[in-house]
Design a protein around this ligand. Structure first.
Ligand SMILES: Nc1ncnc2c1ncn2[C@@H]1O[C@H](COP(=O)(O)OP(=O)(O)OP(=O)(O)O)[C@@H](O)[C@H]1O
Ligand SMILES: [Mg+2]
Length: 322
């Protein structure tokens, strides 16, 4: 089989942070991401979910080479992403694009819509000025922005329109990988559905590989082919949406899934409330990092860190007792 589009191999990213306010407070190690291995194939959407601070955005930045790993490797089409910003890195940056949460901060306030979409082509010196304009116009049409909006500035657009401009800016370079970090959380519920449809349509038409980060588990279930659940920087369970949402096995996935509000009438919904302190990546518990909050933890969980192994049904799972 061909090499995956994106492959993360045992990635770790640590930060040195000061624990107190003063200059002389001791520095500590914050383990944002540990041992993350993951693959994204062309045409596949892989979701990353987990509580705030569990390392999703750091994994996204590592995937694009925007942050360098403390250890481990990122491969794009089977080749390591270079650590230095050389010609190979520049080529890769065109083929891997990011869609961020806040469209307003991702756009240049001084540029109109058309100019925003032409800009990446100019930066990478793609084609002649006339062909850049033509290409930008085509992509703006694809994302559903009519010509009447092309001269407007970001502040003159709605949130949904802005996110379409961000997407057009990403797509104009014909990327093969799209990393979406909370692409819809700043949008109105009605607009969210439109942007999601647009993303999935584009992804299917162009056979893009997509890494999709969202707190909205219903959307993740709808758009992803695979979902990885992270806890304190590690993947604790990974499988198809069907596997994770109808039969979560890791106690943390179970709790996460149980928190999805359901509106089915007559159905008794039991939300699992996790006990214990919220997770802190500066002070990760020994053994299984989830053990202080885990409803089924035993003595061994304090001592042994479970490895992420393949279960009988093909999902990946890191739990000593499940
Ligand atoms: N540049 C940095 N320096 C120090 N710590 C950092 C840095 N970037 C991220 N962190 C820390 O790494 C951890 C993971 O952060 P990250 O942004 O990846 O989380 P996340 O899962 O994306 O959270 P959210 O859902 O809130 O966006 C957090 O504890 C964060 O404070
Ligand atoms: Mg984040």
């Amino acid at each position: 089989m061909n090499a995956p589009l994106l492959e993360l191999r045992k990635l770790a990213r640590h930060y040195r942070v000061r624990s107190g306010r003063g200059w002389f407070s001791p520095a500590q190690t914050l383990r944002a991401v540990s041992e993350v291995s993951l693959q994204v194939r062309s045409g596949q959407t892989v979701g990353l979910v987990g509580e705030s601070g569990c390392g999703k955005s750091t994994t996204a930045r590592l995937s694009l080479g925007l942050t360098s790993p403390t250890s481990g490797q990122v491969l794009f089409e089977g080749r390591p992403v270079p650590a230095q910003r050389n010609a190979h890195w520049k080529d890769l940056r065109q083929r891997m694009q990011m869609v961020y949460q806040d469209p307003l901060s991702a756009l240049d306030r001084r540029l109109g819509v058309m100019a925003q979409v032409i800009e990446p082509l100019s930066i990478f010196r793609r084609g002649s000025p006339a062909s850049r304009r033509e290409r930008a116009a085509r992509v703006l049409g694809e994302v559903g922005l009519s010509e009447s909006l092309w001269q407007r500035y970001p502040h003159e657009l709605s949130g949904g329109q802005r996110q379409r401009v961000v997407l057009a800016r990403a797509l104009v370079l014909k990327p093969s990988l799209l990393v979406c970090d909370e692409p819809i959380s700043a949008l109105d519920v009605s607009i969210q559905a439109q942007v999601i449809n647009l993303l999935t349509q584009t992804q299917q038409q162009r056979r893009l590989g997509m890494l999709f980060i969202s707190h909205d588990l219903k959307v993740v279930r709808q758009v992803c082919d695979e979902v990885a659940v992270m806890y304190l920087g590690r993947i604790v369970e990974q499988g198809t949406p069907e596997q994770l949402f109808t039969n979560p096995v890791h106690p943390y996935t179970e709790a996460l899934i149980s928190a999805i509000p359901t509106i089915q009438r007559g159905k008794v919904h039991r939300r699992i409330l996790l006990k214990g302190d919220p997770p802190n990546p500066i002070n990760i518990p020994g053994g299984c990092a989830f053990h202080p909050r885990c409803p089924i933890a035993k003595q061994a969980c304090r001592e042994t860190s479970p490895v992420l192994r393949e279960a009988a049904d093909g999902r990946r799972l890191a739990c000593l007792y499940r």
